[in-house]
Design a protein around this ligand. Structure first.
Ligand SMILES: Nc1ncnc2c1ncn2[C@@H]1O[C@H](COP(=O)(O)OP(=O)(O)O)[C@@H](O)[C@H]1O
Ligand SMILES: [Mg+2]
Length: 245
């Protein structure tokens, strides 16, 4: 069922990011609506991860602005942006490999409190939500990839996001792991967390997204509901053709 709300929670206006001569994000504008699941797709190098890095202030744009809940957040520190309620996961997962699963989540929770006890309680709660309580005491490195990806989501959840950006969460997962991750994302969304998914697994993006934006060489080339976008010829050429070739 598609959601009806169309109140923007994030607005990106005319965003450009250059790396030397390369324009990674090119005058890009888009919005994410409250409660929505937005899919961001495009071929490798299209600028998807760079968009996440800009929204979370890991990178600064050359021009353009980002608004969160109507407030300009361009130029704020990554920590401030996290405190406002934007969290992300990384394409290349970066857990603390020798720390336990629980300790990894506690690190996330410590962004909101200095009290270890509180952070631990919060982490235990989140472990329950994501279904990792039974592996909480093993080192993160010992987790199979599917659970490691879920732990990444848990770490992000520990910062209590309103908007969660997920970078290729499904990459490398088998069908069972994908289905488990999908169910988790739907659950989080139904609890009110707005999601933006960068994803290569087409089945996932098409089934879960309310709306899809297609990037190619830093520019938006298509936008709309999944059924519409998948029919769009430009998309088929730029993305689906390449992906299924
Ligand atoms: N830190 C960086 N320094 C230089 N070039 C970068 C950097 N990050 C990304 N790029 C380049 O920007 C383009 C977009 O990259 P990226 O956002 O990672 O694409 P995607 O996530 O869509 O595959 C690519 O050409 C990539 O090589
Ligand atoms: Mg990427």
């Amino acid at each position: 069922m598609r959601k009806k709300e169309s109140k923007p929670i994030l607005e990106v206006r005319n965003l450009t990011k250059r790396f030397g001569g390369l324009v990674a994000v090119n005058n890009l504008s888009f919005t994410i609506n409250e409660g929505e699941i937005l899919g961001l797709i495009g071929p490798n190098g299209a600028g998807k991860t760079t968009v996440f890095n800009l929204v979370t202030s890991f990178y600064q744009p050359n021009s353009g602005d980002i608004f969160f809940k109507g407030e300009k957040i361009t130029g704020l520190s990554p920590h401030k942006i996290c405190m406002k309620g934007i969290a992300r996961t990384f394409q290349l997962v970066k857990p603390f490999p020798n720390m336990t699963v629980l300790e990894n989540i506690v690190v996330g929770a410590l962004s909101r409190t200095n009290r270890l006890n509180e952070a631990r309680e919060e982490a235990e709660k989140i472990l329950k939500v994501v279904g990792l309580s039974d592996v909480k005491n093993i080192p993160a490195r010992a987790l199979p990839i599917g659970k490691r990806k879920i732990m990444e989501v848990a770490r992000a959840l520990a910062t209590r996001p309103i908007l969660l950006l997920l970078d290729e969460m499904m990459a490398g997962l088998n069908v069972a792991e994908i289905n488990e991750a999908l169910a988790l994302l739907k659950r989080l969304n139904s609890q009110g967390i707005t999601l933006c998914l960068v994803e290569h697994v087409m089945r996932v993006v098409m089934s879960i997204s309310d709306r899809i934006i297609v990037l190619d060489r830093g520019s938006k080339i298509a936008e709309g509901p999944p059924e519409e976008v998948s029919k769009n010829i430009k998309v088929i050429q730029a993305y689906l053709g390449k992906a299924y070739a």
